[in-house]
Design a protein around this ligand. Sequence first.
Ligand code: HEM
Length: 197
Amino acid sequence: MAASGTGQSSARYSAVAILLHWLIGAGIAALIVIGLMMTHLTRQLSQMDVFRLYQLHKSIGITVLLLVAVRVLWRLTHRPPPLPTHMPAAEKQAAHGLHGLLYALMIGMPLVGWAVVSSSPFNLPTVLYGLIPWPDLPVLPHLAGKAAVSGVLARVHAYGGWIMTALILVHIGAALRHHLIKRDPVMGRMIPGLDNR
Ligand code: HEM
């Protein structure tokens, strides 16, 4: 797409990158809400509802893992549009650093969640959306002290969820700052139809 002529690139991300960004974002938002409900509302919800939420959480979580794998492959083979030339170098570095941390969590969180389930002493099978049987990770199901391992991993997963929530809020805040305060084209690069000044 053409540059605006004011020294600011108005190029958007490709349609595939935009679609993956919003699918993954919606998936992660759902995972955080469902994850908190199934672990913290166990008194208010029936056992059956908690069980169903766990199955849905695992299904969406593995879907997000697969979408992130596609996103990473796409990112490695397609250059993202450049950031505006007027953006200070420190801000560009901060943006890249935050994106790097988000990628690490987008890969790490589902893998740790999968490891929690694989080492669980309950040995419940994972069947994505009630249709597709999904294997456990190797080794973990056969560990002697797997209950303790699963407990530690569940803690790591829970802390990771809070860190991810905080970083996503910073990410959203930074995008809004670009759009509402700096009034540059950064947010419009990821939102089809948004005024891409
Ligand atoms: C980006 C991906 C994911 C995010 C953001 C996420 C987020 C969360 C959150 C916020 C919780 C509640 C933690 C708490 O406060 O105790 C949770 C719990 C849990 N998640 Fe995930 N999750 C993800 C992927 C997965 C995947 C792929 C699986 C399994 C296949 C999974 C399995 C679990 C399990 C078993 C728990 C309950 C752990 C416990 O017993 O305390 N998660 N998740």
